[in-house]
Design a protein. Structure first.
Ligand SMILES: Nc1nc2c(ncn2[C@@H]2O[C@H](COP(=O)(O)OP(=O)(O)OP(=O)(O)O)[C@@H](O)[C@H]2O)c(=O)[nH]1
Ligand SMILES: Nc1nc2c(ncn2[C@@H]2O[C@H](COP(=O)(O)OP(=O)(O)OP(=O)(O)O)[C@@H](O)[C@H]2O)c(=O)[nH]1
Ligand SMILES: [Mg+2]
Ligand SMILES: [Mg+2]
Lengths: 303, 526
């Protein structure tokens, strides 16, 4: 199965709602008019596009005025174009270069950091890298146990300490272990934190500093894991995490439900962060490298 | 950049200010702003539209009340409508008449079920004298059982689990176990699941079928977008929900989900999660939530916190000092420390009327408060008692001692003078003498919201905050219009009234039951 088909299958619910919604709009040969565009805007809103929905539809309205939109096919094409323009280029599959490459994984509570790390560790290992994960979430109950179980399942190494340990110290040890152990990739799992918590943002900065002291240029990447079911708050998350730790990439999770991950469009408009991967389920293999075309097509393709 | 709902409405109301009456035309801007704000807050599209339609009707239908600014009238209409949408007030868990009460927690992955389970168990034991049993029924996620066990150990509350059995079996056995052990409340922590995952939805339905829960709660993340509606609907169809818990409310999520969830399921929102610690659970108050959304602040909540964290004696002493006695820097320091007991500054301020829109502008975090305290502590006690002796050389010494710029000392003194002036003004009005401790306490808990608030018991607390922001409860430069609410609260009699005050009054009068007062903890993570 190709990437496009896999995405289509995994984002099935997403596709159905938006795409079928569009088909429904034109049912019975309904002509293009302001009311129809209004309903289209609502469809996009329901996909969490927020203000981007209004923007895209206004653009369609202009095109319609110029007589460029005749029917459903034109609308689909214009919509595809409009959405594509608003997605980040770049991103997608990540190839580690430095040895070891250190990735710091951050995000709000419960967004899917630990699970995404499990998926990434598995993926990098399958691609031939020697992987180590660092359990820097020393706060949440059984967080390290969770990561350890995942590490065991994919056969990667783990550095963990007792609950309550200094996360930066764990990060340092993990990086040190990777440097001496000949690992290619280090994934650092951090505790969930709301972007509004300044002291916890400082804690992340400290991890960043400490890791950089051990290995120059580390962490090489800081990925923000966003819950795809989040609405407009995701934009705020992206903004504040980026302000604190210079996020270099995004992972969007939980796209296997009916959530659309549409906040991505707003994030792109504001911050232009590359999307690396999409989480499409709870098991290790359910992760896909991001590709803008495939993403939009999976959302819009009919049938 | 997104504005918060509060900021948006504040600017919308700003456009109404000074108009004589509400008309279909001049209300349009306000309505549009309200709708945009609701959409940005992730309220469902249709709901947002219906909402503004109803507000319009309500606002236009109202007679113009003499002396009431039409903008206030509009705010009032929005507020009332919001409250009605999120109500009713005071919904609680239902308990079984006989045998153990079963509470089922369900929801999407990562919503906060396990944490909420522990928070609820603690709440039920400590506040309601119940004997809870927590049941680890998530056999899917790695270490989910261990997570609940750790929380159980922290709380010293038993956790039930059966290795190698299906979730419905575990739950059914747990209820029997509770009955045997004389435990009267069984909390079922289920695995996170997608509402479109047929197999998993069947599992949770089976759990419900075998345990007949008295309460079936949907745990929902406050940051959820439009999906809240779809998932809540599906869970409701499958489980007949009886209530909702809205988690992660301690962030800046605008809580639009609260409006949607209530409208979609018809179930009351019972609790809100306000942090990761196990005490971080609040009883949901639609009035407060609406007030917060509208920038009228969570006055009631703040007062309740004050009650719990600050002793009557402390408050009384501070009050006496401020209103009746000579107010010194020593007193100001004591007040700052008193306020800090309430929790992180951002949270305290977020609860204050009119502050919603300001939080982004005035960056009061706790480090800043630490810096402020550092200034105080590098003064000598004598200097704190006699601020007038702080000449330039002393100021420089103090600044050096605190590792700060000398202008910081100047700013502090300015705040101090502002507060002092305000206190004098209150004193002149004879409020201090008139009110005994009891009356003040009553005023504190029953916020009459027309300005007396600050003058009465609140003066010490709220007043000092006002002082910190530039003296006399005045608004810092560039503060949005919503600040009037704050001034009203802080500035004592004669200052502008808080917006929508009557709505606040109504709510507080209703809330006679002091036993229901939530306990606050809001500790910071170490
Ligand atoms: N359906 C679905 N569930 C996911 C996905 N990614 C993670 N989850 C689930 O979401 C829940 C939370 O995931 P975690 O990986 O524990 O999230 P986290 O960000 O590490 O959480 P904290 O460390 O507590 O902040 C778990 O139940 C995961 O199984 C996904 O792509 N799809
Ligand atoms: N800031 C904040 N974090 C919360 C709150 N409630 C839960 N959390 C955090 O959110 C994350 C997920 O919480 P859990 O209780 O594990 O969520 P869950 O629904 O049981 O997750 P799954 O079992 O994986 O579906 C953890 O990091 C919790 O500490 C809250 O009210 N505020
Ligand atoms: Mg985690
Ligand atoms: Mg759980």
């Amino acid at each position: 199965m190709g990437l496009f088909d896999r995405l289509k299958a995994r984002l099935g619910k997403t596709r159905a709602a938006l795409s079928d919604g569009i088909s429904a709009l034109f049912r019975g040969g309904r002509p293009m008019d302001a009311a129809l565009l209004g309903e289209l805007e609502e469809l996009l809103y329901n996909a969490d596009l927020g203000l981007v929905a209004t923007e895209v539809v206004e653009e369609l309205a202009r095109k319609h005025k110029r007589g460029e939109l005749k029917g459903e096919e034109d609308v689909r094409a214009a919509l595809r174009e409009g959405l594509l323009e608003r997605l980040p280029s770049g991103g997608g599959e990540f190839t580690p270069e430095a040895k070891p490459t250190v990735l710091l994984i951050v995000g709000v509570n419960g967004s899917g950091k630990t699970t995404s790390i499990a998926k990434l560790a598995n993926r990098f290992r399958e691609a031939g890298s020697k992987v180590l994960v660092g359990a820097c979430d020393t706060f949440r109950a059984a967080a390290a146990d969770q990561l350890e179980i995942w590490a065991g399942r994919s056969g990667v190494d783990i550095v963990r300490r007792q609950e309550g340990a200094d996360p930066a110290a764990v990060a340092f040890e993990a990086v040190e272990a990777a440097a001496s152990g000949g690992h290619d990739v280090v994934l650092l799992d951090t505790a969930g934190r709301l972007h509004t918590q300044k002291n916890l943002m400082e804690e992340l900065k400290k991890i960043q500093r400490v890791v950089g002291r051990k290995i120059e240029g580390a962490p090489h990447e800081v990925w923000l894991v966003l819950d795809g079911t989040n609405g407009q708050n995701a934009i705020q998350q992206a903004r504040l995490f980026t302000a604190a730790v210079e996020v270099t990439g995004l992972v969007i999770t939980k796209l296997d439900g009916t959530a659309r991950g549409g906040a991505l469009f707003g994030i792109e408009r504001e911050l232009g962060l590359p999307v690396r991967y999409l989480g499409t389920g709870e098991s290790q293999e359910l992760i896909e490298p991001f590709a803008a075309e495939a993403f939009v097509d999976a959302i819009l393709s009919a049938g | 950049m997104f504005e918060t709902l509060t900021q948006r409405l504040t600017s919308a109301f700003g456009s109404l200010r000074g108009q004589r009456e509400l008309t279909a035309e001049n209300i349009e801007d306000g309505l549009r702003a309200v709708r945009t704000a609701l959409l940005e807050a992730d309220v469902e599209f249709k709901l947002a539209r219906d909402f503004t339609d109803r507000v319009k009707e309500r606002a236009l239908g109202q007679e113009v009340v003499a002396g009431v600014d039409p903008s206030q009238q509009f705010v009032h209409a929005v507020h009332q409508e919001l409250v009605e949408m999120m109500g009713p007030e005071g919904a609680t868990l239902s308990f079984a008449k006989k045998g153990p009460t079963v509470v089922l927690l369900a929801g999407l992955q990562g919503a906060g079920k396990t944490t909420t389970c522990a928070k609820l168990a603690r709440h039920l034991r400590d506040k309601m004298g119940r004997k809870p049993l927590m049941v680890a029924a998530d056999i899917k996620r790695p270490a989910a059982v261990e997570q609940l066990r750790v929380l159980g150990r922290q709380l010293d509350i038993p956790v039930f689990h059966l290795e190698g059995r299906s979730a419905p079996e575990v739950c059914a056995a747990a209820v029997a176990h509770a009955r045997e052990q004389g435990l009267d409340t069984v909390l079922l922590d289920t695995a996170g699941r997608l509402h479109v995952d047929e197999e998993m939805m069947a599992e949770v339905a089976e759990i419900a079928g075998r345990t007949s829960p008295d309460d079936t709660l949907l745990v929902c993340d406050a940051m959820t977008g439009q999906d809240a509606v779809r998932s809540a609907q599906a869970f409701h169809e499958r489980l007949e929900l009886t209530g909702v818990v809205l988690t992660k409310m301690d962030g800046d999520a605008r809580g639009g989900a609260a409006v949607s969830l209530k409208a979609i399921t018809g179930c009351p929102i019972l609790f809100t999660g306000v942090g990761e610690k196990l005490g971080d659970l609040d009883v949901f108050h639609p009035e407060r939530m609406a007030g917060r959304i509208l920038g009228m602040g969570d006055v009631v909540g703040l007062v309740e916190e004050a009650h719990e964290k600050i002793s009557e004696k402390e408050a009384e002493q501070a009050y006496q000092k401020m209103v009746l006695g000579s107010f010194t820097l020593e007193d100001m320091l004591a007040q700052i420390r008193m306020i800090r007991k309430l929790g992180p500054m951002k949270k305290v301020l977020g609860m204050m009327p009119g502050m919603g829109g300001m939080l982004d502008k005035v960056d009061v975090d706790d480090r800043q408060m630490n810096r402020l305290e550092a200034l105080f502590t590098s003064m000598t006690p004598k200097e704190r008692l006699h601020p007038e002796m702080l000449d330039m050389s002393r100021r420089r010494r103090i600044a050096r001692g605190a590792g700060q710029d000398v202008s910081a000392v100047g700013d502090l003194l300015k705040s101090y003078k502002g507060m002092k002036k305000m206190m004098k003004q209150m004193n002149k009005l004879g409020l201090g003498a008139k009110l005994g401790a009891k009356a003040k306490r009553a005023a504190l808990s029953d916020m009459s919201a027309d300005g007396e608030v600050a003058a009465a018991g609140g003066g010490g607390l709220f007043g000092s905050l006002g002082g910190l922001f530039g003296g006399g409860g005045g608004a810092p430069a560039g503060a949005p219009g919503g600040m009037e609410g704050l001034e009203g609260m802080l500035g004592g009699p004669g200052a502008a009234r808080p917006m929508g005050s009557s709505a606040t009054r109504k709510s507080s009068n209703k809330r006679k039951d002091k036993k229901k007062r939530k306990k606050s903890r809001r500790g910071r993570r170490k």
